[in-house]
Design a protein around this ligand. Structure first.
Ligand SMILES: Cc1ncc(COP(=O)(O)O)c(C=O)c1O
Length: 378
């Protein structure tokens, strides 16, 4: 089997991640923070926060709150900051994990929502945000790298616009953390939501939210934090204000090893490798008659994702043939981003998405190209 669907989740993981999870389940099963036994792995959650803080240039590791995934982090940020009467601006390139919590609040009559339209290539002009700003605009939410096309949203420019207008800026870094450079200070990012299971190489069930100092969110869950048990009200400080219940210790141990792998390989090297593979794939697919490619065309704008369709063939069918006949795992359909497909013109069947990971090779790209050519010829 050839897995080339890393925008969904990275696979395989670095060997150290498997080892860390095994070591963790064998040695710290007595539950960190929740017994009189002090495990030698009890330092791992805080070390993991520090590794994430370093990666995104957050000054204090306690500003990193663990969540189950990117979706939970986005929900905490969105539901935690918005109050009745607030206005929010987002884009037509967002994942349902951004759009659905916002639509839910809009439908309940709690917020007003404006959606900035991107170009059919999936590019967003930050200047299109400015005319939508109103006196009650509280939040701007955008992805950093989009999950259907891999286009990069100019978050530094948007961060500037948000700061100038005293609006909070939430970035969905699901497709960028571990791949693109992120500096929450320089980029004026107030909250950054991320999964641990994609380019950080952690197991599923991991993710987090960076919360800038001074931002107060209403928690989305309340309960025991494993320490500070005297008060019967929720602790009022990070990270415990937002972390209730027994944590995903195994996941965090794996994420810790994934983050160390990213640090030792270097984000720039990871990006260079994945970008090279995606450019090679784009170029070779573009020579096959009957293949339509979506998203950015220039190598400078391609990241690690390539989206395409084959003439007269449903993307589900193409992906199905790729797996059953050629053993290649891709992702067809709408990729939880219906607005992107409406923007690009691939609504309602979507497209086939191929997303290169750090463990994919040029030989894998050759295999994919040959398979797509064979499918196109039938
Ligand atoms: C852009 C984007 N945002 C949010 C998410 C949701 O992340 P998770 O699956 O970790 O909840 C994804 C996952 O595919 C994504 O690609």
């Amino acid at each position: 089997m050839l897995y080339i669907n890393n925008a969904s989740t990275s696979s395989p993981k670095p060997e150290a991640v498997y080892k860390a999870v095994e070591l963790c389940i064998r040695t710290s099963g007595m539950s960190s923070d929740r017994s009189s036994f002090v495990s030698k792995l009890d330092f791992i959650p805080n070390e993991t926060r520090a590794l994430i803080a370093k990666l995104i240039n957050a000054s204090d590791p306690t500003q990193i709150v663990f969540t189950m995934n990117g979706t939970e982090a986005l929900n905490l940020a969105i539901k935690g900051i918005l109050k009745r009467g607030d206005h929010v601006i987002t884009t037509s390139l967002e994942h349902n994990s951004v759009i659905r919590p916002l639509k839910h609040l809009e439908q309940d009559g709690d917020i007003e929502l404006s959606i900035v339209q991107a170009s059919s290539e999936g590019l967003l002009d930050p200047n299109d945000i400015v005319p939508l700003i109103k006196s009650n605009t509280k939040l701007i939410v955008t992805a950093h790298i989009t999950n259907v096309l891999g286009t990069t949203i100019p978050i530094e420019e948007i961060g500037k616009i948000a700061a100038q207008h005293n609006i909070k800026y939430l970035v969905d870094a699901a497709q960028s953390i571990g791949f693109a450079d992120i500096d929450v200070e320089k980029m004026n990012i107030d909250m950054l939501a991320f999964p641990g299971h994609k380019s950080l190489f952690g197991p599923s069930g991991t993710g987090g939210l960076y919360i800038k100092k001074g931002i107060d969110l209403t928690p989305i869950k309340y309960g025991g934090t494993g320490n500070l048990s005297e008060p019967i009200t929720q602790p009022d400080f990070l990270p415990y204000k937002y972390e209730s219940g027994t944590p995903n210790t195994l996941g965090i141990c794996g994420l810790n090893a994934g983050l160390k792998f990213v640090a030792s390989e270097g984000v720039a090297n990871i990006r260079k490798h994945e970008h090279e593979l995606a450019c090679m794939l784009y170029e070779e697919l573009s020579t096959i008659k009957g293949v339509t490619l979506y998203g950015p065309k220039s190598p400078a704008e391609i990241t690690s994702i390539v989206a395409f369709n084959v003439k007269d063939k449903n993307p589900m069918k193409v992906a199905n043939t790729l797996i059953t006949k050629f053993g290649i795992i891709t992702r067809p359909g709408l990729h939880c981003a219906p607005l992107t497909h409406q923007t690009v013109g691939t609504w309602k069947d979507g497209s086939v998405r191929i997303s290169a990971g750090y463990f994919n090779t040029k030989e894998h790209i050759d295999e994919v190209v040959k398979a797509v050519a064979a499918i196109t010829a039938t």
